[in-house]
Design a protein around this ligand. Structure first.
Ligand SMILES: CC(C)(COP(=O)(O)OP(=O)(O)OC[C@H]1O[C@@H](n2cnc3c(N)ncnc32)[C@H](O)[C@@H]1OP(=O)(O)O)[C@@H](O)C(=O)NCCC(=O)NCCS
Length: 151
């Protein structure tokens, strides 16, 4: 498995992963295209045998690394790919000196919540009716790695 920065031709595969993971709530193609244009340095894909099987995209917002979205094709979940994508994304955001990380996740998305909690994210808030279907969002945050100070 390989993690690399996105290329434009990956977008069609990412859209299919979105549909498989989120169904009707998949990010529309224009939104993925927009994310690619604005945040391609913080947009990673996972490839297995030359096939794109997952992606993670983030951005720096108000000095904090925001995890915008992460998804792994259902056939490839629970193999550590999400972890590799999240790690690559956070390392990239840390290069931009973020003071920590933040994300929102649907309150009923148990898999994603367990995933982020396993990676040290702590629940810091809840926004009722955050998503279009009326579901609330749990807000998670995590500090960035302390910088090693000179001896
Ligand atoms: C969340 C998601 C990206 C995780 O990707 P993944 O490649 O399956 O994650 P990993 O294999 O790296 O899992 C790491 C750990 O997270 C936790 N975890 C992941 N999926 C889980 C699940 N379905 N149930 C419970 N815990 C889970 C486990 O602790 C797991 O470690 P383990 O397998 O040793 O028990 C994946 O489930 C996914 O794409 N979901 C659909 C899209 C989505 O909801 N994205 C998040 C919204 S932004």
């Amino acid at each position: 498995m390989q993690i690399r920065v996105i290329r434009e031709e990956d977008l069609k595969h990412i859209y299919l992963i979105e549909e498989r993971c989120f169904g009707k709530e998949a990010y529309p193609r224009p939104l993925l295209f927009w994310l690619y244009h604005l945040h391609r340095d913080e947009f990673f894909v996972a490839e297995v045998k030359g096939k794109v099987v997952g992606y993670a995209v983030g951005a720096v917002m108000k000095g904090r690394g925001h995890i915008i979205s992460i998804a792994v094709d259902p056939e490839h979940q629970r193999k550590g790919i999400g972890t590799r994508l999240l790690t690559a994304l956070m390392e990239q955001l840390e290069k931009r000196k973020v003071k920590g990380f933040r994300l929102e996740v649907k309150v009923d998305n148990e898999a994603a919540r367990r995933f982020y909690e396993k990676h040290g994210f702590k629940q810091v808030g809840f926004v009722e009716g955050y998503y279009r279907d009326g579901t609330g969002a749990v807000i998670y945050e995590k500090s960035s790695k302390p910088k090693s100070s000179p001896a």
